[in-house]
Design a protein around this ligand. Structure first.
Ligand SMILES: [Fe+2]
Length: 385
């Protein structure tokens, strides 16, 4: 067995209606004046009011920053930090999707350690203590509630920086599946497919280890049983619970291992064609699975996961084919419909080689291999057109 070191994980509080227990967790982290960081969508969904009312009932004075932007930049984080400094807060509650949690985490860096987000690009660059953080996800996707990284975009280049520190990790991940009922259908599909890709990529990546394997496997098992209902638009509370728990477990798997070539090849699609992260990852994943099958250990893991794919009791379902059927059922545009052409393959592959996550893929991926992956993604489109 290879050497490995896991990172700490938050307390996980799961349950329908768990939001009502928020005051207990605020007290547990020793806070009397939290800042709740969220966006306008969460306010209009009514989640913010519910959180505020349970805190008020418990006599906890809370400040609210509801100006979170999608894919927050350093400037967005700075605005939150100025607000937090003026409000004199002593903890953060990040409520919403990945952007709200990233803004809360990023703000924690700037408020407690100063400087700009780029100073924290990488891992472990905050010298001073940070404030406690409670994460409340309202989508089931990023797994940010279980990760010590804030993803923040550079103001000028919009390149995403991963800024991590053990102190930035949430003390509590509060998972209440009632909160994910409000997410738009398309968001539920794309974040769900992204979370499934997290489970699959962490399962086979080179730094996989006994702890990450447990998380990847259970994440896949839970989400495989519910993603079809999510796509069909008839997800029930159990499906939303499976997706929410699965996304959090996949987040824990990333925290103690890594991702792979589907994420490395997806990011250039987002950069060049403005494709949503989950969409880009979903359309690359089947090609990466087929490519990785040449690695015996990865192939064995994929096969062991296939037993959880619905319908596999009757006949053998291939994981890559299954993901393609999910993409079709979800009506996701293919690579050429997104604007990619054969002439783009070389530049996309070059950009993919710059992505950190690619180096953890079980099979080595360089320029030639990424070209092969994009090429096969383009060819699949020709078949399905
Ligand atoms: Fe992802």
């Amino acid at each position: 067995m290879d050497e490995f070191i896991t990172r700490p994980s938050p307390r996980i509080a799961f349950g329908s209606g768990m939001l009502a227990k928020l005051p207990e967790f605020v007290r547990d982290v020793g806070s009397v004046r939290p800042l709740l960081v969220t966006d306008k969508g969460i306010r209009s969904a009514g989640h913010l009011d519910r959180a505020l009312s349970v805190l008020k009932e418990a006599g906890i004075e809370v400040s609210v920053f509801d100006d979170v932007q999608e894919n927050p930049t350093n400037a967005c984080i700075f605005a939150c930090m100025r607000f937090a400094a003026e409000a004199g807060i002593d903890s953060f509650i990040g409520m919403g999707g990945g952007s709200s949690m990233d803004t809360a985490k990023g703000c924690n860096f700037l408020l407690t350690n100063g400087g700009e987000m780029k100073d924290y690009h990488g891992y472990g660059k905050a010298d001073k203590p940070m404030l406690p953080f409670i994460a409340i996800p309202t989508t089931s996707g990023t797994g940010s509630e279980c990760q010590s990284y804030a993803l923040v975009s550079d103001d000028a280049t919009h390149v995403k920086m991963a800024c991590g520190d053990a102190k930035a990790l949430a003390s509590v991940a509060l998972l209440d599946p009632e909160l994910t009922a409000s997410q738009p259908h398309r968001v539920a599909i794309l974040t769900g497919l992204d979370a499934m890709a997290h489970a699959v990529e962490t399962a086979v990546c080179r730094p996989r280890n006994p702890i990450s394997k447990i998380h990847s496997m259970e994440a896949f098992r839970l989400m495989a049983s519910s993603i079809e209902s999510v796509i069909a638009g008839d997800a029930q509370l159990l499906d939303r619970s499976n997706m929410q728990m699965g996304a959090a477990l996949a987040g824990l798997a990333i925290e103690s291992s890594m991702l792979g070539a589907a994420h490395a090849s997806a990011n250039p699609l987002t950069a060049y064609y403005d494709v949503t992260h989950g969409h880009a990852v979903a359309i690359m994943l089947p090609h990466v699975i087929r490519f990785n099958r040449n690695n015996a250990a990865a192939n064995e893991i994929y096969q062991s996961y296939e037993k959880w794919i619905p319908g596999n009791e009757q006949e053998n379902v291939d994981m890559a084919d299954w993901f393609e059927s999910l993409i079709d059922a979800a009506g996701l545009s293919n690579l050429s419909a997104l604007g990619a052409a054969e002439s783009d393959v070389s530049k996309l592959a070059e950009a993919a080689t710059q992505q950190w996550t690619g180096r953890f893929n079980p099979r080595t991926v360089g320029q030639e291999e990424f070209e092969e992956l994009y090429q096969s993604a383009l060819e699949r489109i020709a078949e399905s057109a």
